[in-house]
Design a protein around this ligand. Structure first.
Ligand SMILES: N[C@@H](CCC(=O)N[C@@H](CS)C(=O)NCC(=O)O)C(=O)O
Length: 245
């Protein structure tokens, strides 16, 4: 069956990587359904995600959620989903080179998100945090001291190259929404380290405020559709990982 409506298939109880897609759909006020957040008797819940992952459909099989279903096709990988969606919902820059640069930024965000995730799961995603706390403490220290300033510095330079206030100038595009989400997540997970390190990134702090105030984003953030950050997601608040003291 093909449908014009965008269907997001993602775990229903966390922001996770699905949130980068939700934010884009919400910012554009696109017609979409967050499939797994429907009740199970309406085809939602975790079974809806597992059903798609089972792979009894045509085309390239998805490895993991988030997954977008549109016009009968399934697309996985957050950056690929956004690259597909953005021109259709008015969130892509205009020219071809800029579109590749938007994807370049999004893939860098993918790396950043994976590193943020690995601060609490440095050994294996298959183990509990409690089983890898020692390694997590080491990994989080390196993240706070080396990687956080490097990623923030990179995106601050990216903003300077466009003249701001967004990555492609005066209008927001999808990587701006994703940078916003990472900044929100990092300030939740590492309130101390983020507050200290982000002092060097005034352009990013401004972008964060601007994105938060976009009317569709503000309405979404205030709605029940925005799942609060929690300790099942990528950005987890474990105070011991925010400080070595
Ligand atoms: N690189 C992928 C990563 C996808 C991913 O790791 N998804 C998580 C949820 S946020 C998952 O369910 N992974 C299951 C697995 O890796 O086995 C993306 O950016 O979409």
């Amino acid at each position: 069956m093909t449908s014009e409506r965008y269907e997001l298939i993602y775990w229903p109880v966390l922001q996770g990587r699905g949130e980068f897609v939700r934010l884009a759909l919400e910012a554009a006020r696109a017609d979409y359904v967050d499939v797994a957040r429907l009740p199970e008797d309406q085809g939602g819940g975790i079974p809806a995600v597992l059903q798609v992952l089972k792979g009894d459909h045509e085309g390239a099989p998805p490895f993991a959620p988030p997954i977008l279903r549109h016009r009968g096709a399934l697309i996985a990988q957050t950056a690929a989903i956004l690259h597909y969606l953005a021109p259709r919902i008015g969130l892509a820059p205009n020219d071809e080179v800029s579109r590749i640069h938007a994807l370049q930024y999004q893939l860098t965000i993918t790396d950043w998100v994976a590193e943020a995730h690995d601060t609490h799961h440095p050994v294996s995603t298959g183990l509990y945090y409690e089983d890898q706390k020692k390694e997590a403490a080491k990994r989080a220290k390196a993240f706070r001291e080396q990687r956080l300033p490097k990623f923030l510095g990179y995106f601050e330079r990216a903003l300077a190259s466009s003249g701001g206030p967004y990555l492609f100038g005066s209008e927001p595009t999808y990587p701006d929404l994703s940078v916003f989400q990472v900044l929100e997540g990092l300030s939740y997970a590492f309130p101390r380290a983020f507050a200290e390190t982000s002092k060097q990134s005034p352009g990013l702090l401004k972008l964060r405020k601007l994105v938060r105030a976009l009317p569709n984003v503000a309405a979404y953030l205030a709605s029940e559709r925005r799942i609060p950050f929690n300790e099942d997601g990528i950005f987890r608040r474990y105070p011991e990982l925010d400080s070595s003291e």
